[in-house]
Design a protein around this ligand. Structure first.
Ligand code: GAR
Length: 186
């Protein structure tokens, strides 16, 4: 049986696309939900025939908004959640409700550079390597146990954008593999 997965995103959706294209036999994406009503990632979901839910978070308390998302996930019998560029901090209640069943991909070699502007910070620090991490989501920001990582060299001529593009290629390879391996263990 494939694990029923929901993807939460706020933007472009290139990781969603990679998760869909990988066509893993371990999971099936049954819902894509967003806090941004016109997130481009929603169109990727539509094109793939995946159900979507989008609702602006503005005007709602964090826990209220998360309860809306949670209701959608429960209605679709979702078994695991994959955050893919979901740029909103989750409420403790939501995280606890999905404890051990929610993964995130973050564009740094965690525990380095939690939060935003990861690539600029890695370049600024003079690091020789950057990368991406898939981790289990806990209540701390970008803080849960790391289950998979990929790294890329930082070139002397890199800008945050060129580095982001190199890391993104690895994200697209890493996330489908890590998600498939993880859900097999649930
Ligand atoms: C990705 O680089 C992802 O790692 C990052 O947002 C981008 C989303 O791109 N996530 C975070 O920074 C979470 N802390 P995408 O919408 O094309 O998948």
């Amino acid at each position: 049986m494939k694990t029923r997965v929901a993807v939460l995103l706020s933007g472009r959706g290139s990781n969603l696309e990679a998760l869909i294209e990988a066509g893993q036999d371990a999971y099936e994406i049954v819902l894509v939900a967003s806090n941004v009503e016109d997130a481009p990632g929603l169109a990727i979901a539509h094109a793939a025939g995946i159900a979507t839910f989008a609702h602006a978070h503005q005007g709602l308390k964090r826990a209220e908004f998360d309860a809306l998302i949670d209701a959608q996930l429960r209605a679709q019998d979702v078994e695991a959640v994959a955050l893919a560029g979901y740029m909103r901090i989750l409420s403790e209640g939501f995280v606890e409700g999905w404890a051990g069943r929610m993964l995130n991909i973050h564009p740094s070699l965690l525990p380095l550079y939690k939060g935003l502007d990861t690539h600029a910070r890695a370049i600024e620090a003079g690091d020789h390597f950057a990368g991406c991490s898939v981790h289990i989501v806990t209540t701390g920001l970008d803080d849960g146990p790391v289950i998979a990582q990929a790294r890329v060299p930082i070139m002397p001529w890199d800008t945050p954008d060129t580095l982001a593009a190199r890391v993104l290629i690895e994200e697209h390879r890493l996330y489908p593999r890590a998600l498939a391996e993880y859900v097999r263990m649930l």
